[in-house]
Design a protein around this ligand. Sequence first.
Ligand code: GLP
Length: 264
Amino acid sequence: MTSSSPSSRFGRLLILPDPNAATAAAARLIAQTIRNDARAVLGLATGRTMEGVYARLAAMHRDEALSFSGVTTFNLDEYVGLSASDPNSYHHYMRTHLFDPVDADPARVHLPDGAAADPGAECAAYERAIRAAGGIALQLLGIGDTGHIGFNEPPSAFDTRTRVVELDEATRRQNAPMFGGDPEAVPREAITMGVGTILESKRLLLLATGPAKAAILAAALEGPVTPEVSASAIRLHPDVTVVLDTDAAAALSPAFTARATVAD
Ligand code: GLP
């Protein structure tokens, strides 16, 4: 195991041998945050990649008394037009994968309301709620095929706030499997935290696994820092941990991965 230099562009780059090891490492970082501060404010993400993270956290709740009862959470995004009870909503995803299996306090969990009558007002209220909670201590991030974090589709300026966005066709294709395989069934819009909102979190944790993420990760981590790839914005943040499996890391240059902590 080799250690990354503290002066590297990221606080840490971890490359693990497979998706299980990568999701376990991400779950451990989240658990550590909660163990250090039982009232931590966490930013959470959805997507297939995160299911393993939440399964690990649920196991730690069951087997190691990891408690979420004092933890406040803010999710990155939600589809416009889906109510909290819709099985395809991120509300439903979060209840299924994390909130129900652990002891989350419903009063402390937050997702944007995709069915809000006034989405603009909902976005402003979401920003206010994050500020009122004292800001996000650790924000978990995945990456979409378009390079998005949250649903910040290209181009997303780095000072954007929580807002309604139109989803890219590529994103609707990527997420079609959750909607019976039909991209047209995926909502056209979503509410997402902005890139500026995300960058205000004290710490960022980006997790990606699998070969499908390799090219966009290389663009985000080694290409230009640009609103065309919103994940590239994480390079402007002073405290970032990137956790990858070897497949997701495959297109990174040897010079870049040389800074990584590689576990086998
Ligand atoms: C959705 C979410 C993103 C997430 C992405 C990755 O688009 N809005 O926050 O990063 O899915 O999904 P997956 O993990 O399924 O590849």
